[in-house]
Design a binder for this molecule. Structure first.
Ligand SMILES: O=C(O)CCC(=O)C(=O)O
Length: 269
């Protein structure tokens, strides 16, 4: 038994659950040191950052091309999992890994990682719009809190129960977002939330807690009310190792991960 019956019930009802204290303080510190090292060694660094606030909002650039002051903006540092074992270690901390295996009914594989230093402020979305899994629903995501998540630092927000809403099919017939059609999907989601009477909730996490959510959970980041407050976190998206051809998968002592990032920006590991 890897997660309790109550947790499994919550998962089925709400589409999310929290593993408290899943990642040890030393592992969190190792992730923080890794992120600091990326910013300090920017020359030639090909990890991509996406800027989510300020004058350069919407830009994606290589860390090598980012000035240090951009670090104060809301940003995502993408896909450290491919080359940094500290990130894979935290993503596969034993109790977290066991929960993922139960929820996915198979071996979890890291398909993406994001390091945040502030709340994301992302609008409500489904992760399947951007990284649809090889097998529908066989995907989960996790927010590992490094800083506490509070009401003022732009916490994670979500609609419990929204994972029961049927997928919206874009004009392609698929669940991956089609450019220019996201507003139609957002309108569909809004109508379904109202029909089902679902209400948004805010996650409250302490350092080391892991908030796991279902592929179909509608979620985002609340506005940051305190501009000086950090909200460091590691967000990881997982598919199942067995759903991919062996050539796309790598493994180490921690677990399985994609050999090449989904954006294809980093050389294969
Ligand atoms: O932590 C957050 O604010 C949201 C992260 C998120 O939505 C994502 O990475 O899919």
């Amino acid at each position: 038994m890897t997660i309790s019956t109550a947790d499994l019930e919550a998962w089925r009802r709400d589409g999310c659950l929290i593993v408290r204290g899943a990642v040890a303080p030393e592992q969190l510190e190792a992730v923080v040191r890794t992120v600091d090292a990326e910013w300090q060694a920017r020359a030639g660094n090909d990890h991509m950052i996406d800027i989510l606030s300020g004058e350069r909002i919407g830009e994606s650039l290589r860390l090598a091309d980012a000035s240090p002051d951009l670090r104060r903006q809301v940003h995502k540092l993408n896909n450290l999992f491919l080359r940094r074992e500290t990130v894979r270690e935290a993503a596969f901390a034993p109790r977290l890994r066991a929960a993922l295996e139960t929820l996915l009914e198979g071996e979890p594989l890291i398909c993406n990682s994001l390091n945040f230093e502030r709340g994301s402020q992302q609008p409500f979305h489904l992760d399947t719009w951007y990284m649809p899994p090889p097998v529908e629903d066989r995907m989960v995501a996790v927010n590992i809190a490094i800083d506490p998540m509070t009401s003022t630092n732009g916490p994670f927000v979500y609609y419990p129960g929204s994972h029961l809403i049927d997928y919206y099919r874009f004009s392609s017939g698929h669940i991956a977002a089609v450019d220019g059609e996201l507003h139609l999907c957002a309108a569909y989601m809004q109508a379904e939330l109202e029909r089902l009477g679902l209400k948004a909730e805010t996650a409250v996490l302490e350092p080391g807690d892991a908030f796991i959510w279902h592929a179909r959970l509608y979620h985002g980041g609340a506005p940051i009310l305190d501009p000086d407050a950090t909200r460091r976190s590691l967000v990881v998206h997982y598919w199942r190792a067995d759903d991919l051809e062996a050539g796309r998968v790598r493994s180490d002592a921690n677990g399985a991960y994609l050999r090449q990032t989904l954006r294809g920006e980093l050389a294969p590991a």
